[in-house]
Design a protein around this ligand. Structure first.
Ligand SMILES: [Zn+2]
Length: 409
């Protein structure tokens, strides 16, 4: 339940701030009692939930509210409601965790909502529920964290006792900066199978430009292909042991891709911010009904990763006040960003683009990213072409000038 510290420091105030509480010894005893009773209640509800196979808040409330209050002395009605919500949250969306009852550590962090605490920001005192009544505890913190607590709307908080130090981690609602009008066009990003992402400036991500455990893309590609083969093999086998390995693999893969997507989206947003541009990505939602599968969907292995990259970028761009747009992905890999000529013949070889009309040549993913950037500028996703046959040949007129693309071709 602990809230992870936000890394969005440079984009404004943090979204989770940590305060240090200074309870008197009797107050500390009361807070300790609160932690124990809440965690004990949650574990009790969790066992009940697991025995009865009941995992939704509503059903759990009906099932557990009275028994838990009879069982846990001092647990108030609102604390019981919170405990039920916690249990439901612990079982949500995780089939694996339903194999056994979830146990809440007796001294683990406990959540406080608006009904269990109140703030006196002028005095820098927070009032917290405990089984023996409210305690009014003064708090301190880093200057920027105090400023956030003083000025922003406050959400839920986690109460933690770490080696005798009392902490309150509070979520704050950041003001949403209005997206600035991009002054230098759009930074287009192509998501590929071979290269995870290539920008319209020709930067390959995650490349050496990004710090991290993986340098360059050869490693990523090799890893993905190895995993793909391994997965096929295991799926064919189908034994329980093979299924177990498969699950572990997918977890590791998931974490690796999530980490890479964070790195890529962070780089893209920072680059757009630095150069006064918006960000354009291909809209994966819009390509579902197509006759031919889009190149990103042909291999479903990492389909979710492309969607995740879009979400990460959208979220980080919103925080930084950067314009973000999704464009029509049709023929981004076959259209020429210079003369507009669109043809499959523009792709003589894998990874290579050569316009058969004007001769523009370059890395296929880079060309695609330039097309994406242009469509971001055009602000609309229009390609009026007969694509039922999958053989585009009509000429697409240039809709606008390409953005300040510095990458050579
Ligand atoms: Zn051309």
């Amino acid at each position: 339940m602990a809230i992870r510290r936000s890394t969005a420091k440079r984009q404004g105030l943090p979204s989770v701030v940590q305060l240090r509480l200074a309870p008197t010894p009797p107050q500390a005893d009361a807070l300790n009692a609160a932690i124990l009773v809440c965690n004990q209640a949650a574990t009790y509800i969790s066992r009940l939930a697991w025995q009865q196979r009941t995992f939704t808040v509503l059903e759990l409330h009906r099932l557990a509210h009275h028994p838990v209050r009879a069982q846990a002395a001092g647990l108030g009605a609102q604390a019981a409601v919170r405990a039920i919500a916690r249990v439901a949250g612990a079982y949500a969306n995780r089939r694996a965790t339903k194999k056994r009852a979830h146990i809440f550590r007796p001294h683990g962090a406990i959540p406080y909502d608006a009904r269990l605490m109140s703030w006196n920001r002028d005095a820098r005192v927070v009032s917290l529920w405990t089984p023996t009544g409210r305690v009014h505890v003064s708090y301190s913190g880093r200057e920027e964290d105090l400023k956030a607590v003083d000025t922003l709307p406050l959400g839920e908080a986690d109460l933690i006792c770490r080696r005798g130090v009392w902490l309150l981690q509070v979520t704050v609602t950041l003001p949403k900066p209005a997206a600035r009008e991009p002054v230098n066009g759009y930074l287009g990003v192509d998501q590929g199978v071979a290269n995870l992402a290539v920008t319209s400036d020709g930067v390959v991500l995650p490349g050496p430009a990004l710090p991290g455990p993986i340098q360059g893309n050869g490693h990523v590609r090799a890893l993905r292909e190895r995993r793909h083969r391994q997965r096929r093999r295991l799926q064919k086998k189908g034994t329980p042991a093979a299924r177990r390995v498969l699950r572990r693999l997918s977890g590791r893969e998931h974490r690796m891709m999530t980490d890479l997507n964070h790195q890529i989206s962070k780089f893209v947003v920072r680059e757009a911010e630095r150069t006064g541009r918006g960000i354009a990505l291909e809209d994966l939602q819009g390509i579902r009904g197509r006759v031919r599968a889009h190149r990103l969907q042909r291999r479903t292995l990492h389909g979710w990763a492309f969607a995740q990259m879009i979400e990460f970028t959208r979220c980080k761009a919103a925080r930084a006040g950067i314009a973000f747009t999704l464009v029509d992905p049709a023929y981004t890999s076959q259209a020429c960003p210079e003369c507009g000529w669109t043809s499959r013949a523009n792709r003589p070889a894998r990874g290579r683009f050569v316009c058969t009309r004007c001769g523009l040549a370059g890395h296929a993913d880079h060309i695609a990213a330039r097309n994406i950037a242009q469509r971001g500028v055009a602000g609309r996703a229009v390609v009026n072409q007969p694509h039922a046959t999958g053989l585009p040949s009509a000429r697409r007129d240039r809709e606008s000038k390409p953005p300040a693309s510095t990458g050579g071709s």
